[in-house]
Design a protein around this ligand. Structure first.
Ligand code: NAD
Length: 257
């Protein structure tokens, strides 16, 4: 098959959670630019709808739906809506994250709340949505983890700022990378591939002392920009990666090389 056809998402129905967010909107745009029919689902439907409306003006085939991944009934409702309106699903991008814990000494309730959303909720939506992909005869899942699920925090980056790297984030992102490998084997008989991207920090006007230190540590001398994840997500979502399963791609500009 021609490589342009391998990379095309034409005819694919794709769900991304949190596609109105920072990295989420880059992926939503990329998946639609590669000609996928892309649904973003989020508890913040108005924000999602605004992002989708802007992209629709450029002719992109994007849609917004409600889901709260901690609410099982909303996941079941989303599944039914996708089946009724789009006929099924081919690709799931597991991108949503919530950040209830900010600091190491925050109350344990914040850690538990993080697990409710980022571990239990994330697993619930993945299990349900991959059933929908299986009904269609197979497809692919891309989990969005983080370099912080692979490496310890570099706390020197945050000195003199309000920023921090809370422990729950490292814990559930590391779990997501491990779950990727589990699901790659578990779901392969249903012809579902499961891979993961572990991005580094995306530029979003972080405080100056942090930015300068971060750029100095990255061999490419910059934070990720909005285009950096676009090729990786389309590659893993498309048939161009048909023989890649259970992989985690670190995208950090060489920070951990
Ligand atoms: N921003 C970065 O620098 C960075 C770096 C590495 C990895 N990541 C990862 O990229 C992904 C996207 O991050 P982001 O920076 O765009 O985050 P963001 O905070 O901008 O967006 C997260 C989205 O998750 C969704 N969400 C939150 N709670 C939810 C729930 N209960 N149910 C369903 N959806 C829910 C929201 O719609 C929100 O828009 C995350 O998995 C994050 O860990 C981000």
């Amino acid at each position: 098959m021609h490589v342009k056809n391998l990379l095309s998402l034409k005819g694919k129905v794709i769900l991304i959670t949190g596609g109105e967010g920072l990295y989420g909107s880059c992926q939503l745009e990329a998946l639609a630019e590669a000609e996928g029919k892309v649904i973003t689902a989020s508890p913040f439907l108005e924000n999602a709808q605004n992002v989708v409306n802007e992209m629709k003006k450029r002719g992109l085939d994007v849609h917004a739906k409600y889901v709260d991944q901690t609410d099982h009934n909303s996941i079941i409702k989303l599944k039914a809506e996708i089946k009724d309106e789009f006929g099924g699903l081919d690709v799931f991008v597991n991108n949503a994250v919530a950040r209830p814990m900010k600091k190491y000494r925050d109350p344990l309730e914040a850690f538990a709340e993080s697990m409710r959303i980022n571990a239990t909720g994330m697993f619930d939506i993945t299990r349900e949505i991959t059933d929908l992909i299986a009904e269609r005869g197979g497809g692919t899942v891309v989990n969005i983890a983080s370099m912080q699920g692979m490496f310890g925090a570099d706390f020197s980056l945050y000195e003199g700022t309000e920023m921090d790297s809370p422990p729950d984030y490292h814990f559930h992102k590391g779990g997501m990378i491990a779950l990727t490998k589990y699901l790659a084997r578990k779901l392969a008989p249903q012809k579902i591939r499961v891979n993961c991207i572990s991005p580094g920090g995306l530029f979003s006007n972080q405080p100056e002392p942090f930015l300068t230190r971060y750029k100095n540590k990255v061999p490419l001398g910059r934070m990720a920009d909005r285009d950096d994840i676009k090729g990786v997500i389309v590659f893993l979502a498309s048939d161009a990666s048909a023989y890649i399963n259970g992989e985690n791609i670190l995208m950090d500009g060489g920070l951990h090389a």
